[in-house]
Design a protein around this ligand. Structure first.
Ligand SMILES: CC(C)(COP(=O)(O)OP(=O)(O)OC[C@H]1O[C@@H](n2cnc3c(N)ncnc32)[C@H](O)[C@@H]1OP(=O)(O)O)[C@@H](O)C(=O)NCCC(=O)NCCS
Length: 193
């Protein structure tokens, strides 16, 4: 797929020399604390290769996020299919993970807005979901800023590994007609944030 361009960012397919940047954020316990824990180099490379293959096969997927004028990605934002079965699967999800150095600039929300627009306008999706473990307040704030709605009935328990703990997780949704709700403050009023 073609790159998505925003005011401050370029979201583009992966390149072979991106593996090093992804290894750095996947090795950071703070970045990976709500994503099942750190990945070693081989695990990170396999993840980026899977994202690359999904992009080629489906025409959408997780993209490399680069601030304009830079070549080294500072994170990954894009669409995917959950790798587990739940009441709300099959579905298309939006996800984000940024290097710690890129937090606090509004990059995740800016990138995710472009990904949602692409999902609704180019791909013709009717709905996109997002989910995260309940404690992940920064991720829930991104969902709220995007105008997504918390579907309380969709909350679920998530296991990252077959023997790992079940973690209470929240489900948020946005439908094509919901656009324009961004930054309205309605979703931000939730006391679960
Ligand atoms: C989830 C994650 C992507 C959120 O990153 P983030 O930087 O907090 O989110 P945004 O990019 O939307 O930035 C918003 C923050 O930047 C601040 N900001 C600063 N300058 C800004 C600007 N010019 N425009 C917009 N926001 C700006 C905002 O005030 C906001 O801070 P706040 O949330 O403390 O109020 C990040 O914490 C992360 O990568 N976590 C690890 C991976 C992870 O858990 N992923 C989700 C798994 S489900």
């Amino acid at each position: 797929m073609r790159a998505l361009v925003t005011e401050r960012l370029v979201l583009r397919p992966w390149r072979p020399d991106d593996l090093d940047a992804a290894r750095a954020w996947h090795a950071d316990p703070l970045v990976m604390r709500y994503l099942g824990g750190v990945l070693d180099g081989a695990g990170s490379d396999a993840t980026v290769r899977r994202w690359t293959a999904e992009l080629q096969e489906r025409g959408y997927g997780m993209l490399a996020l680069c601030p304009t004028g830079t070549a080294r990605p500072v994170g990954a934002v894009g669409l995917g299919h959950p790798g587990f079965t739940s009441r709300f699967t099959p579905c298309v999800e939006i996800g984000w993970r940024l290097d710690r150095s890129a937090w606090g600039h509004g990059y995740a929300t800016e990138a995710a807005r472009a990904v949602l627009r692409d999902g609704f306008d180019r791909l013709g999706l009717a709905e996109i979901v997002a989910f995260t473990v309940e404690q992940n307040a920064p991720s829930r704030r991104v969902m709220a800023r995007l105008g997504m709605r918390h579907d309380v009935g969709g909350d679920f328990l998530r296991r990252f590994t077959p023997t790992g703990p079940e973690l209470p997780s929240v489900l948020w949704r946005i439908r094509v007609g919901d656009r324009g709700q961004e930054e309205s403050g309605d979703a931000c009023a939730s006391d679960r944030l």
